[in-house]
Write a protein that binds this ligand. Structure first.
Ligand code: SF4
Length: 114
């Protein structure tokens, strides 16, 4: 086993408020619709928009730019949140992300090939 860094989310919500889009696919729509107890059609109508690239859907934003599911420091779909959200910042991030995100680095054991 080797040591690896895992960034522990602190729910600072910076990633739920900064400009951009949360891309979602069919499985994620089904999971979030199920959690909210609405049909997939209702979910798409109420909470999604066409991506600028027109190659799929993204979550809606509130007028202030926040994600439609951000409620204070909480995510209204936490238990079924999109892969893009769940993977940040450990499976993907971008240059300079640490300047905005308060995630705390922790050492974890990982397979030597990690
Ligand atoms: S779905 Fe949840 S975690 Fe993802 S951006 Fe929206 S509020 Fe944040």
């Amino acid at each position: 086993m080797a040591a690896a860094i895992h960034y522990q989310c602190q729910r600072c919500t910076a990633c739920c408020r900064w400009p951009g889009q949360v891309r979602i696919g069919e499985a994620e729509i089904g999971a979030m619709a199920g959690l909210l107890e609405v049909t997939e059609h209702e979910f798409i109508q109420r909470y999604t928009r066409l991506r600028p690239s027109r190659d799929g859907l993204a979550l809606m934003d509130k007028p202030n730019g926040e994600c439609v599911f951000l409620e204070g420091r909480d995510c209204a779909v936490q238990d079924a949140k999109p892969v893009q959200c769940a993977g940040f910042p450990n499976t993907w991030n971008f240059p300079g992300w640490r300047e905005q995100c308060e995630a705390v680095p922790t050492l974890v054991n990982a397979p030597a090939s990690f």
